[in-house]
Design a protein around this ligand. Structure first.
Ligand code: SF4
Ligand code: SF4
Length: 437
């Protein structure tokens, strides 16, 4: 009988008298005790699968049950490199009685997708984790720092708890006119969906300003939603707040329905993921591009006249690379900049190492610090510095602040962190002279 993951001692058995008869001499002899033990029933461990069954019963949690323990996922899991993690280990722990909903394991997965890439059984942590977290949301087990972000997002429509009226304050320092659709309605080609960190974070605002200058220099017809924009909330969804994501989606769709545009362009791979993969599940379909996908085919029209004499390494965002297969557009832009030498980290493209920001990890640094030996962003910054690069180039709004902090905490201040759009802006002669709003 299952005994709840506790060790069960073997039942004491009478020593079996085992003898064998020789076919040649017909003599009978007894096997020594060492061999006799092979005939005893071995009961090493017994357990209940109740906890595994509970996760597998959740819509989205089914595939945890499919694991057959091959172990391919563990060496590619970024969290295992700084702790004890990976789908195989989580499967085994739940199988032997750990309640995932009350375990720290529930919050450490960044939904980076590297395990799914190698798993022969398609155990899908991108479905399992949001499902299990959704079941835990509402319980006291949600880490306080994540709960705080859920509440800010619910109240203000952005994860930073900032006033909606300040969402387009960054436009003041852009140096080019920025059209806000509420003030200047009418059809537009590109709706630039800025998202939270480029709207509010000082380093993100600099990137947004660079983007505005580049779009204008290209003569693209573009506009923003300004104060009407709300976060697309994909990381809140993967962190377990499905209800919040759906409420945000209703608001976003109602706003988008007011305007006429051809395509949405966003700098945020998480927002991009929401629009490309999640919104269509609810019947909302748009033509969506990450900003690198908009600019890469236009690279010959960018007037990149100022050499940027630096060695650059590039960090693939999980939600642009592995989740959507886009590895080339960012590299095409970097390589087009005169003076830049691109050097790759050993973990790149399909096997890129996660910055730790996905799946709600962006808001769980305090929590993960107490369950891992090192932040993923610190690990990644060490890898970037080891290439000898001067610049770590990124194209996800989560990453500039994460990697700048990590560069300081690991003593790699010589490594600059720049969004690709900032490098393009510099090569177009606009310089890094813009001020945060
Ligand atoms: S790769 Fe898949 S099947 Fe193999 S141990 Fe990991 S989760 Fe299980
Ligand atoms: S999605 Fe990424 S962080 Fe989560 S278990 Fe898989 S490899 Fe590890």
């Amino acid at each position: 009988m299952p005994v709840g993951g506790k060790k069960q001692l073997p039942v004491v058995m009478e020593k079996e008298q085992v003898s064998v008869r020789s076919l040649i001499s017909d003599r009978e002899s007894e096997l020594p005790g060492m061999w006799n033990r092979m005939f005893e029933q071995r009961v090493l461990r017994d357990y209940t699968t109740r906890e595994l069954d509970r996760v597998a019963a959740l819509p989205g949690g089914e595939s945890l049950e499919w694991c057959y323990g091959c172990g391919k996922c563990v060496p590619v899991c970024p969290v295992d490199l700084v702790g004890e993690y990976g789908p195989r280990k989580i499967h085994r722990r739940t199988q032997t009685g750990t309640n995932l909903l009350e375990s720290a394991d529930l919050w450490l997965c960044t939904t980076c997708g590297n395990c799914l890439r190698v798993c022969p059984k398609e155990v899908d942590m991108m479905q399992i984790m949001p499902a299990a977290r959704a079941a835990a949301v509402g319980q006291s087990t949600v880490p306080g720092e994540l709960q705080d972000v859920f509440e800010k997002t619910f109240r203000y429509g952005n994860c930073l708890g900032q006033n909606a009226r300040r969402r387009h304050a960054w436009t003041r320092g852009a140096g080019v006119p920025v059209r806000v659709l509420a003030d200047e309605p009418g059809p537009v080609d590109v709706l630039f969906y800025v998202e939270d960190y480029w709207s509010y974070h000082p380093r993100g605002q600099q990137a947004a300003q660079a983007m505005a200058r580049v779009l204008s220099a290209l003569g693209i017809d573009w506009a923003i939603l300004g104060a009407e924009e709300k976060t697309l909330g994909d990381s809140q969804r993967t962190a377990g707040e499905k209800g919040l994501f759906e409420a945000l989606m209703e608001d976003v769709v109602a706003t988008l329905d007011k305007y006429e545009f051809s395509r949405i362009v966003t700098p945020d791979p998480h927002g991009f993921n929401a629009l490309v993969k999640e919104y269509p599940k609810h019947g909302h379909r748009y033509d969506v591009l990450h900003y690198t996908q908009l600019l890469a085919p236009l690279v010959d029209q960018l007037e990149l006249t100022v050499p940027v004499e630096r060695t650059v390494t590039f960090h693939d965002p999980c939600y642009l690379g592995r989740h959507h297969g886009e590895y080339d557009a960012p590299r095409r832009l970097i390589e087009a900049i005169p003076g830049i030498r691109l050097t790759e980290m050993s973990r790149c493209r399909e096997n890129g190492y996660c910055c730790g920001g996905g799946g709600g990890g962006m808001w769980l640094d305090g929590f993960t610090a107490s369950h891992t030996t090192e932040r993923l962003s610190e690990r990644r910054v060490r890898e970037a510095a080891a290439t000898g690069a001067d610049v770590l180039a990124v194209c996800c709004p989560y990453e500039v602040s994460r990697f700048e902090d990590a560069a300081k905490s690991t003593g790699n201040e010589q490594l600059q962190v720049k969004d690709i759009i900032e490098l393009i802006d510099e090569a177009m002669g606009h310089g890094a002279d813009a001020e945060p709003a």
